[in-house]
Write a protein that binds this ligand. Structure first.
Ligand code: ADP
Ligand code: ZN
Length: 710
């Protein structure tokens, strides 16, 4: 059933329904087809899987895929099977005889892809050595490197692959961005003069945003708003601690939002069920520690929120990368405050890698505090240069406004000095604002000369300025002296008037909890309504098959369907993500869903819809006259519509409109005229006995029945 004489592009279209390759996919495929070991580095969502899945298809070969997680294997095999590509996985969850059957199938070239865990491969090398392999793919290849963020000892033995199958090219795939790890992968796997392909890490469809130092209440409201904005879609909220995931889920429940909790402290079963509910869209929101997400390929995650600052940029980038794999616009938002920084600093200071960890944390912090395009910073961290500002981060969208903050800074510094640099941020602000709290008066700080000198600014405004002073290096926090603030050299220069200081304007806008949406145009309403109807259908089909919904069609495909409203199965060909197999399997079901939706909702003008409105009336058994009346058309138009429907392969019975004699007469007329194109000629030949619309209908019908030669 699998053709060998296809180009890779044809195979991409046939099996996946994609019209073109994404960057580096073709290069990677050609490289292994040319027999070269290949290291492919693409970000999450970059489309790595296709790169090892296509070669065995066009090569009439078998690809062995080493993959670290059973959940990932299952997902991939599901997705492949649904695209009509024979694939299977071998692991400990199967019985010995099941495994043997699969191996037999692989021997007989009835499989294109065989997934296996690294342990299994290494332990049973002899079994696999007999397979007719054309490629070995090593997914999540960073696991082989001690330098990587997810080192797995089982992976280190994979060197035997090159020893056992010297003639078979190896493709190692990873989304790791870190250069040391990349180099190490090739060495660890014993790759031979590998072709190394590194893609861009820019994922322009992910918006980037940071919100700093907001009180918890404010954060809850904003997060609830984000969830409601995407109430039919999935999202992940990453928290620093197990406790926070639980607290946050509880707070969200107060907004009427059901959020799942996922962390390493839960039982194995509980974690599996939460993950399963998320993958299958039964649970839309998860509050998780970073333990969540590794085994998930879910393509329709629309937002990722970090409730706390991540430890480093690698982790952050990987976590936000779980949004928008399908390429549709998706939002990411990072919240952080000094509390996070304190905890993370403590963590990072422990252990042998303290120096590196602290440095990485510092970079993360700088990113969060940046007032230039965030994507530029992110990409430069991975060694990539973005020429232009991205336009899709909070800094680009809302450029920072500055003012001369010298006086503000001087007030704060002078207050600090007068309190012997012994106080923390809270006390400093209280004194600047002239608070008569017990804590203040106990120390006699109400007598400090600058007491109340900043009373015109709110607490949050001061917090905003002092945070900037920290980031600008005018003050620093003495973690070992009760977090008191100290003035730096640079701070002294401002205090003594040696230099001025610009600050970013404080933006006091507060977000309110907001359940209502902004008004929508008719087209937007139609597209949204249809998208939901399509998702519902997808869910039904997926549940019946026991596969995750997004593996039936991903959101990008459904969105395109909702936009283009294909009314015939053939029209689906122009939509991305529908290969031949899925078109056969699901095409008519989705087309019917689209027709039904358009016919039974207020949808405005849609191309060709009028024909189907006539069709529906016809199916109710109405006469042409009645249809015309109901639809406010003339009878001729109704006949024309029916003719069009026949031309488009719909079943229309014409005996209600045309007698046997009428049809025979039309055949005669056409014979005489030697063409069925001259409807007027036919009409004349029949002495105007039949009206134009009826002749059109008769011709369409006779053509379809093969009774006219033309
Ligand atoms: P990765 O493994 O790199 O994270 P995937 O292989 O899961 O990425 O691909 C991400 C998404 O992009 C999937 O939904 C996949 O089907 C889709 N995709 C892959 N290649 C293409 C392509 N050439 N055109 C359109 N979509 C693609
Ligand atoms: Zn930007």
């Amino acid at each position: 059933m699998l053709m060998e004489n296809m180009t890779v592009l044809q195979a991409l279209e046939k099996y996946y329904g994609y019209k073109s390759f994404r960057p580096l996919q073709q290069e990677a495929i050609q490289s292994v087809l040319g027999g070269k070991d290949t290291l492919l580095i693409l970000p999450t969502g970059g489309g790595k899987s296709v790169c090892y899945q296509l070669p065995p298809i066009v090569q009439n070969g078998l690809c062995l895929v080493v993959s670290p997680l059973i959940s990932l294997m299952k997902d991939q095999v599901n997705a492949l099977t649904q695209n009509g590509i024979p694939a299977a996985f071998i692991n400990s969850s199967l019985s010995a005889s099941e495994n043997n059957d699969l191996l037999k199938k692989a021997m007989q070239k009835q499989l294109k892809l065989l997934y296996v865990s690294p342990e299994k491969l290494v332990n049973d090398m002899a079994v696999f050595a007999g397979l007719p392999l054309s490629l070995v793919a090593i997914d999540e290849a960073h696991c082989v490197s001690q330098w990587g963020h997810d080192f797995r000892p089982e992976y280190t033995q994979l060197k035997v692959i090159k020893e056992q199958f010297p003639g078979v090219p190896v493709m190692a795939l990873t989304a790791t961005a870190d250069k040391v790890t990349r180099r190490d992968i090739a060495t660890q796997l014993g790759m031979h003069e590998p072709e190394i392909l590194v893609g861009s890490f820019n994922r322009q469809n992910l918006s980037l945003e940071v919100r700093a130092n907001l009180p918890a209440r404010e954060r809850y409201t904003q997060i609830a708003n984000m969830i409601n904005k995407y109430r039919n879609d999935s999202g992940i909220i990453y928290c620093l601690s197990r406790k926070t995931t639980e607290q946050l889920a509880e707070k969200l429940a107060g907004f009427g939002i059901e959020a799942g909790v996922y962390h390493a402290g839960l039982s194995h079963e509980k974690r599996n069920s939460v993950q399963d509910d998320f993958i299958n869209d039964r649970l839309k929101v998860i509050c998780a520690t970073i333990a969540f997400g590794m085994g998930i390929d879910k393509s329709n995650v629309r937002y990722v929120i970090h409730y706390n600052l991540p430890k480093n940029i690698e982790g952050y980038y990987q976590e936000i990368g779980r949004a928008g794999r399908d390429g549709l616009p998706s939002e990411t938002r990072l919240y952080y405050n000094y509390g996070d920084l304190r905890i993370l600093t403590t963590f990072a200071s422990e252990g042998a890698l303290a120096e590196i960890n602290l440095e990485k944390l510092k970079r993360m912090h700088q990113y969060a505090e940046a007032d230039v395009c965030r994507r530029k910073i992110l990409l430069s961290y991975f060694g990539e240069v973005l020429e232009k500002d991205c336009g899709n981060c909070d800094v680009c969208k809302n450029p920072r406004r500055h003012f001369d903050g010298t006086v503000v800074v001087q007030k704060a510094l002078s207050a600090m000095k007068r309190m012997n640099e012994e106080v923390g941020m809270q006390m400093l602000i209280d004194v600047l604002r002239g608070s008569r709290k017990a804590e203040v008066t106990e120390k006699g700080y109400q007598n400090v000369k600058t007491f109340g000198a900043g009373s015109q600014h709110s607490f949050f405004e001061w917090q905003h300025y002092i945070n900037q002073m920290l980031n600008l290096g005018l003050v620093e926090i003495a973690y070992d002296e009760n977090f008191s603030l100290k003035i730096t050299q640079s701070g002294n220069e401002v205090l003594f008037g040696k230099k001025t200081q610009q600050l970013v304007v404080f933006d006091a806008e507060k977000e309110k909890f907001n359940k209502t949406d902004k008004p929508k145009t008719k087209k937007e309403k139609r597209e949204e309504g249809l998208f939901e109807a399509l998702k519902k259908k997808r869910q039904e089909l997926a549940a019946a098959k026991g596969v995750p919904a997004y593996t039936v069609f991903n959101d990008a495909t459904l969105t395109e369907m909702a936009e283009k409203t294909p009314l015939f199965v053939e029209d689906l060909a122009e939509i991305s993500g529908i290969g031949e197999f899925k078109q056969k399997e699901y095409g008519s079901i989705f087309v019917q869903t689209i027709r039904d939706f358009l016919l039974h909702n207020e949808v405005g003008k849609v191309k060709n819809l009028s024909y189907f409105q006539t069709f529906e009336a016809y199916q109710k058994g109405l006469t042409a006259q009645e249809i015309a009346k109901e639809r406010g058309l003339n009878k001729g138009t109704v006949y024309g519509h029916l003719a069009w429907l026949i031309d488009h392969s719909e079943n229309i019975e014409v005996s209600n409109y045309l007698s046997k004699t009428d049809l025979e007469d039309i055949i005669k007329a056409v014979k005489h005229l030697e063409s069925a194109e001259y409807l007027n000629g036919i009409k004349e030949y029949l002495n105007d006995r039949l009206e134009y619309g009826l002749i059109k209908l008769g011709v369409a019908y006779l053509k379809k029945k093969g009774k006219l030669r033309f």
